[in-house]
Design a binder for this molecule. Structure first.
Ligand SMILES: Nc1nc2c(c(=O)[nH]1)N[C@H]1C(S)=C(S)[C@@H](COP(=O)(O)OP(=O)(O)OC[C@H]3O[C@@H](n4cnc5c(N)ncnc54)[C@H](O)[C@@H]3O)O[C@H]1N2
Ligand code: MOO
Length: 391
């Protein structure tokens, strides 16, 4: 058995980064910016009023001063003339500041009678003018690689970037194996169950920016597995679920190797997730064989598959980020395998669940954290800081 960091290093060495494609700005959220994009204009492109009020020359501004209103500037409608001393331009938020104006008096500080305004006794300080290019200037860049969020999309739109270079989505094929499995919505025989973790992994992969499709469930025969393996087409990554252990019906490793898979490792010193395997297929696709137990497969998804997807997307080779919080209750001493324990982070403390059986999806669904208990750790009393992965 190898350690989790050793397994991750192997997985990263099997991972290749993907090509770039261009998408319209409206589809860029959640994608990874592949290379720098450049602002095509200044923002704001002109000095702009930050408030509704009256634009005047700053020099003559004193309480009680009077001005003649000579015109109006609104957002999208500039005022072409020049404000001379004693003259004011009615101005609205977002409007270009006219010549001769270098201060906006907010309308709350003004009394207006016909064309004449009088400034009040107590004037709000500040010019209320946003300088041209105050947000960004032409040529300013957003650097890749970077996972694009809604705020990045807003910034790129303001920069007039309509097409965005992003890393292609990794294509992942997910293969469930087992005579006992049927699809959700089907009517299982009394000795069958519903395939679940394939759907959980597909959701996890889609959240991470991959294109994930489910292959038909393979039976526990070599012929059925071979047929399923042939359906991987142009996938970058094949994920198998189940059939990874040592039982008579656990055939995934054998069939993959018969089809030319170069196995890099098998079995990890972790719990759950021990019978994990990985390698590369004859067509170049990477293969990760996950254990079938639903929680084992999902935990391996967080610990191994998500870092692989991030590496493919160009976001770097790093384990899933770990945070630290104090334990709400004591943890027992650990054996030789790194233990990923379902827990709930609540009020800043980690509440681990008593039953950690790797078949219990209800507990996984209630959990929002996986406490990482190191190999051979001694008993840890309540209050001990513990590392965890957010899930
Ligand atoms: N003698 C030993 N037995 C087992 C060992 C061992 O070391 N020696 N390891 C155990 C561990 S740890 C795990 S994890 C499991 C993993 O076994 P497999 O990867 O071969 O998985 P299966 O036997 O196919 O399935 C296990 C379990 O999970 C259910 N399953 C499988 N696929 C799905 C799916 N897509 N959706 C929902 N549930 C699924 C399956 O019905 C079984 O109940 O082996 C232990 N045994
Ligand atoms: O690792 Mo199995 O992966 O303990 O349930």
């Amino acid at each position: 058995m190898i350690s989790v960091p050793e397994a991750l290093a192997h997985l990263f060495s099997l991972t290749s980064s993907l090509e770039t494609e261009t998408v319209p700005l409206g589809l860029a959220n959640g994608r990874v910016l592949a290379s720098a994009v450049t602002a095509r204009r200044d923002q704001p492109p002109f000095a702009a009023s930050a408030m509704d009020g009256y634009g005047v020359g700053a020099a003559g501004v004193v309480p009680g001063a009077r001005y003649k209103v000579i015109g109006e500037a609104a957002a999208g409608h500039s005022y072409a003339g020049t404000a001379k001393p004693g003259e004011a331009v009615r101005i609205f938020t977002g409007a270009p500041v006219p010549d001769g104006v270098d201060r906006v008096i907010i309308q709350e500080d003004v009394t207006r009678k016909g064309d004449v305004i009088t400034l009040s006794d107590r004037l709000n300080k500040g010019t209320h003018i946003r300088p041209a290019g105050g947000d960004f200037k032409t040529g300013q860049t957003i650097e890749g690689p970077r996972l694009l969020r809604p705020s990045d999309v807003a910034l790129m739109a303001a920069m007039n970037i309509a097409e965005v270079p992003v890393t292609r989505r990794p294509k992942v094929a997910i293969l469930s194996t087992g005579d006992e499995l049927v699809m959700p919505g089907e009517t299982p025989n009394p000795d069958q169950i519903i395939a679940s973790n394939s759907f959980g992994l597909q959701a996890m992969l889609r959240n991470a920016g991959a294109e994930a499709r489910l292959l038909p469930i393979a039976k526990d025969t070599k012929a059925s597995l071979r047929m399923a393996f042939e359906l991987i087409d142009d996938a970058d990554l094949l994920i198998t679920i189940g059939g990874a252990s040592v039982g008579d019906h656990d055939l995934v490793g054998d069939v993959a190797q018969e089809l030319g898979m170069g196995r890099r490792f098998y079995k990890i010193a972790m719990r759950p997730g021990k019978p994990l395997m990985a390698g590369s297929m004859a067509n170049g696709a990477m293969m990760i064989g996950l254990p079938g137990n639903p929680v084992s497969a999902m935990v391996c998804g967080h610990v191994f598959v998500l870092p692989v997807i991030r590496a493919m997307l160009g976001l770097g080779e790093a384990p899933s980020p770990r945070l630290t919080a104090p334990l709400a209750t004591a943890l027992p001493a650990n054996g030789p395998r790194e233990h990923y324990m379902r827990a709930r982070l609540q009020d800043g403390q980690l509440h681990s669940f008593g039953n950690q059986d790797s078949s219990l999806l209800t507990i996984l669904s209630e959990a929002n954290a996986l406490i990482v208990c190191p190999p051979n750790a001694a008993k840890q009393p309540a209050g001990t800081p513990a590392e965890f992965i957010q899930i």
